[in-house]
Design a protein around this ligand. Sequence first.
Ligand code: NAD
Length: 253
Amino acid sequence: MSDEFAGKSALIVGGTSGIGEAAVDGFADKGCNVVLAGLEPDLGQRIEQRINEGGKARACFVQTDVRDEAQVMRLVERAAETFGRIHFAFNNAGVEGPYGPIHDISAADFDRVIGVNLKGVWLCLKHELRHMLERGGGAIVNTSSSAGVVSIPQVGVYSASKHAIIGLSKAAALENARANIRINVVAPGPVRTGLLSRMVAGQVDLDTIAESVPVGRISEPAEIAAAVIWLCSSSASFITGHTLVVDGGLTVA
Ligand SMILES: NC(=O)c1ccc[n+]([C@@H]2O[C@H](COP(=O)([O-])OP(=O)(O)OC[C@H]3O[C@@H](n4cnc5c(N)ncnc54)[C@H](O)[C@@H]3O)[C@@H](O)[C@H]2O)c1
């Protein structure tokens, strides 16, 4: 796996912090050029500069709101123009839902969570697939969650959006199985990122969450990125339509 990424290119959507930033670092460390997208230009430009100065790979940040199809189309076009081809795509942009019971969630919050977490992944998939179908193949990973594998009370809409990503990914995997495009899902348990802190703020502390995980801790973003890079590698060449749960045993019981 060490050299196979060198000179290729990866599109990391939701790459400006947390798991996505760790994936940018992980791909770039292997010599894979990265186009990273996200909402925050300050964070994105800082990561772009860090990768370019590191000298192992090139990076390009494109500010993108995944809810807007025109912006997603422009992102895929920019990635193709910059590096010629997108070999790997990681659709990782996501937002936390409000913490609370389903009967208290507003329609605006429902639209926001589904708009980013489900419509956003679908739009990215749609335009990445068109590109990869033209170029003869690729590998895509979409981010679900342990909340997409089992239900987690108080985050019902978030959980629904993450279940839906698995269904969408399975259909996409079957549709493209003969086209040399593999589509898989990573389903992280709790990861030390801003999203987790925001999601549970004032409700549960991170030590209590860590205690609920069988291995006794929250994961670091790089542990999720490693699974994503492996799913994109030739070591996973016969794996498509799969959901790789990376959760320290949380959903085993
Ligand atoms: N942190 C966890 O415990 C955990 C667990 C399971 C799954 N996840 C999932 O992992 C993914 C990454 O989250 P994270 O924990 O690294 O959080 P994070 O807040 O650090 O990163 C979220 C990323 O999504 C991007 N984003 C948000 N809204 C966007 C939009 N409208 N358009 C484009 N980009 C947008 C942000 O710019 C950022 O790059 C999310 O899909 C999240 O649901 C996180």
